[in-house]
Design a protein around this ligand. Structure first.
Ligand code: NOJ
Length: 542
């Protein structure tokens, strides 16, 4: 049979780098494990659970922001980039955590939030103290429009205008998110210098890289032109999306800033940058930089954004593979702290198929804590809402608390996340879905994740091999991964009906390696592969 494998023309070096071979696991630190009994997760909690992460088999841990912050946006409003918030611990505790991560052969990524600071950051306090402040131009200030209102129509992601009036100095400042998160002026070389020094501070301490918050937002139009209306907007969507972001995001010059960051990373050995960028895949490619001198990985969020069906997913994988330049390494993300969880989007049965998809596609997989035990979005009562997005734009389902609930470690009180009531409610079903229980159950989702990770680590074809799509019938997605003579076939049934896949054309002996049901393996297959509803399989071909 004919197939077009990726990367055959441009073979990659034999020694793949850790962030190419490996699996990234995102920890939302407030919700992973509370080590000091205050109901909020922290660094000592993360350290306690490193055994678990090692057992699971992930290679790198990315921790959402842990720096001093007034927590208006739960750490994405940083008031000091080079320390640890007391809620999470101390610098000494951070060093201890990093040492423990490294001792286990794992890597640690921090969250770098360069687009905005907290309004309590000393830079902003200085900047807003007077128009003459030496830090004034570190932020984006504008006079009012002739009518006294905001200077243009730009909107904030979390609702309302992106301009906040400063009474004292009688100008507006720009904030892409909350008014407590003023945007830095990255056109100012002093800002560039100060913020690049932040990277060096952590790199010198030994961190292995950064996830970069809203990388595409860093520069805005110097003429401050109005953003045009979005023709696809309809009521029920976030009011922010009523306008396109033509003049506030993804400006071509932003690549120069990305290259500056990359330059700093390259001063050190083997570190990496992953950019948080919500853009259509066509526009994402630019963030790899010219000849790959930009972000090592621009996050690919298609599995989060697309409707969960075989056709959409197969087309998206194909399109992405086709767009990737020869020097670019792919990546896939199934969930994060901002978007609905996979078990909610796709349902419990398909969450297993999703696990197999994530861990068998070509490219670095990023997992979100709790998805491996099937955590779903937890309904949050109005009086329990924490997220400023939900508070500012209520009722549209935009709030992110449901995906940030405490990790479920056991059937004990508070799911053994904490010894006291946690900052967000624990899911009602935690007694049926938790690490302790699922570790003992050989057919659980957690066991499936572990088996898939184990297989990916053992099989070069899966971790770094080439990829080729295969034709497949309704509801099915099929592809082959290959390294040398080793070939692994993946067939996934996205539907609730049994399906068949013809193996004849592959002209090979087929042995089933793993089913998402975890009840059949090492089985020689006949000419036709039978798939049960919501079943995915890995098949060895020889
Ligand atoms: C993206 C982060 O993922 C999100 O949680 C945060 O609120 C915004 N950026 C602002 O930093």
């Amino acid at each position: 049979m004919k197939s077009q494998f990726t990367n055959e023309i441009f073979p990659r070096p034999e020694d793949f780098r850790w962030w190419e071979r490996g699996i990234i696991y995102q920890i939302y630190p407030r919700s992973f494990k509370d080590g000091n009994g205050d109901g909020i997760g922290d660094l000592s909690g993360v350290r306690e659970k490193l055994d678990y992460l090692q057992w699971l088999g992930v290679d790198a841990v990315w921790i959402s922001p842990i720096f001093p912050s007034p927590m208006a946006d739960f750490g994405y409003d940083v008031s000091n980039y080079t320390d640890i918030d007391p809620i999470f611990g101390t610098l000494a505790e951070f060093d201890a955590l990093l040492a423990e991560v490294h001792r286990r052969g794992m890597k640690l990524l921090l969250d770098y939030v360069p687009n905005h600071t907290s309004d309590q950051h000393p830079w902003f306090i200085d900047a807003r103290s007077s128009r003459m402040s030496a830090k004034r131009d570190w932020y984006i200030w504008r006079d009012p429009a002739p009518d006294g209102g905001p200077p243009n129509n730009w909107r904030a992601n979390f609702g309302g205008a992106a301009w906040a009036w400063d009474e004292n100095t009688e100008q507006y400042y720009y904030h892409a998110f909350l008014k407590e998160q003023p945007d830095l002026n990255w056109r100012n070389p002093q800002v560039q210098h100060a913020m690049l020094e932040v990277l060096r501070f952590w790199l010198q301490r030994g961190v292995d890289g950064f996830r970069v918050d809203v990388m595409h937002h860093l520069l805005k139009d110097t003429d401050f032109r109005d953003n045009p209306p979005n023709p696809d907007w309809h009521p029920g969507m976030s009011p922010y999306r009523e306008l396109l972001t033509t003049y506030t995001a993804d400006l071509p010059e932003v690549q120069e800033i990305v290259a500056l960051m990359r330059g700093v990373l390259d001063e050190y050995d083997d570190r990496m940058l992953v950019g948080e960028i919500y853009l259509p895949v066509e526009r994402l490619m630019a963030y790899y930089g010219a000849s790959g001198r930009g972000a090592h990985l621009p996050f690919n969020f298609q599995l989060i954004r697309l409707a969960w069906n075989a056709k959409e997913i197969a087309e998206a994988v194909e399109r992405y593979e086709a767009l990737l330049p020869s020097y670019a390494w792919p990546n896939w993300v199934l969930g994060n702290h901002d978007k609905p969880r996979i078990a909610t989007r796709a349902g419990a049965a398909q969450a297993r198929v999703a696990a197999m998809l994530l861990l068998t596609l070509r490219g670095t997989p990023t997992m979100y804590y709790g998805d491996e035990i099937g955590m779903h979005d937890v309904p949050i009562a109005p009086d329990q809402v924490q997220d400023p997005f939900e508070k500012n734009v209520p009722g549209l389902g935009l709030g992110r608390d449901p995906v940030r609930t405490p990790m479920q470690w056991s059937s004990g009180q508070w799911a053994e996340f904490s010894t006291v009531r946690p900052w967000l409610p624990v899911a009602d079903d935690y007694r049926n879905a938790n690490v302790e229980l699922e570790r003992k159950d050989a057919s659980s989702l957690l066991s499936l994740y572990r088996r898939l990770i184990e297989l990916r680590r053992a099989e070069r074809a899966l971790s770094v091999g080439d990829y080729a799509a295969l034709p497949a019938g309704e509801d099915l997605v099929a592809y082959m991964r290959k390294a040398g003579s080793r070939r692994i076939l993946i067939v996934l049934n996205f539907g609730a009906r049994p399906r068949r896949f013809n193996l004849n054309e592959l002209e090979a002996q087929a042995v089933l390696l793993l089913s998402t049901y975890l009840d059949r393996e090492r089985k020689k297959l006949a000419a036709e592969l039978q798939l049960r509803p919501d079943e995915g399989v890995n098949v060895e071909l020889s």
